[in-house]
Design a protein around this ligand. Structure first.
Ligand code: C2E
Ligand code: CA
Ligand code: CA
Ligand code: CA
Length: 279
């Protein structure tokens, strides 16, 4: 493509095409690497503490996936999860994460929960419910300790079937959270379709909470609404004491963010499993 561009005298496209080409090639290479990454054992789950706002104690952890690429180092899930969804790898990868997270959580004190993120593609695969049953049975984890985080795109596509899946999961005794609340088309509408146990307010609303009255009003309204519907309200991406104070005042149930801890390896959770009152 490069040579032809030159021959045509379209020199202005030269750099553009070259850039596209190398980016595309890099992506293809990463794509190939991703297909082998599971067998190579390059994935790891990190765990981020979730804090009960009122008592400042740990209520559980969210599992977040990490890919240790042999050459590129850590690749962000924001980059590799969409690729894994495209090539269908997300189904086995998601099942691995479920089992891994439940197995890890079975070692923790019994009042601590574990939240696992689910891709909409896992819902479509129709193997989700058996995979959850298998993870619970193999790990021995009580279903009530498992929370599954979904985004509203699950209810956007194939909503009838996916809704039935959500009800089946609920019947197992696991809890269902709506992740990234407020970022999609009709977050409110989805609350009428399914009785979520928890709403996770997207971190974009938390970022400027202290200086932006609009964001503060939205957080207040969502919290009031969720609480009156009997849901737990979790604020994500809490980075400052001021944000934490504000969220506590607004009645948020739980908080999660770098202020308390970044996601950590399973072996680094010690301080959060014992002596769980934060100072
Ligand atoms: P998410 O589920 O909304 O996860 C929250 C993201 O915010 C995580 O990014 C977390 O590390 C980051 N975070 C936590 N506290 C703070 C904070 O105080 N400030 C800021 N700026 N960020 C904070 P991460 O780990 O890079 O994951 C990105 C996304 O990738 C997740 O967003 C989730 O959608 C997806 N993901 C991660 N692990 C899995 C998985 O096992 N399965 C699926 N399907 N998706 C996953
Ligand atoms: Ca999440
Ligand atoms: Ca989120
Ligand atoms: Ca997110």
């Amino acid at each position: 493509a490069l040579y032809r561009a030159k021959a045509d005298g379209r020199n202005t496209f030269h750099f553009f095409e070259q850039g596209m080409d190398s980016r595309l090639r890099a992506r293809r290479a990463l794509d190939l690497d991703l297909r082998n990454a599971m067998a190579a054992g390059e994935f790891e789950l990190y765990y981020q503490p979730v804090i009960t706002a009122r008592s400042s104690t740990v209520s559980g952890f969210e599992a977040l996936m990490r890919w240790h690429h042999p050459e590129r180092g850590m690749v962000s899930p924001a980059e590799f999860i969409p690729m894994a969804e495209e090539i269908g790898l997300i189904v086995p990868l998601g099942e691995w994460a479920l089992l891994q997270a439940c197995t890890e959580a079975a070692n923790w004190p019994e009042d601590l929960s574990i939240a696992v993120n689910l891709s909409p593609v896992q819902f479509k695969s129709r193997n989700l419910v058996p995979a959850v049953v298998n993870a619970l049975e193999s790990s021995g984890l009580a279903a009530s300790r498992l929370e599954l985080e979904i985004t509203e795109s699950v209810l956007l596509q194939e909503s009838e079937i996916n809704l039935a899946t959500l009800h089946q999961l609920r019947e197992l005794g696991v809890r269902i959270s709506m992740d990234d609340f407020g970022t999609g088309y009709s977050s409110l509408g989805y609350l009428r379709q399914f009785p979520f146990d928890k709403i996770k307010i997207d971190q974009s609303f938390i970022k400027e909470l202290a200086d932006n009255p609009q964001d503060a009003a939205i957080v207040r309204a969502v919290t009031g609404l969720g609480i009156s519907l009997g849901m737990t309200i979790t604020a994500e991406g809490v980075e400052t004491e001021v944000q934490f104070e504000r969220l506590r005042l607004e009645g948020c149930t739980e908080v999660q963010g770098y202020l308390f801890s970044p996601p950590r390896t399973a072996s680094a959770l010690g301080p959060f499993l014992t002596g769980r009152e934060l100072t």
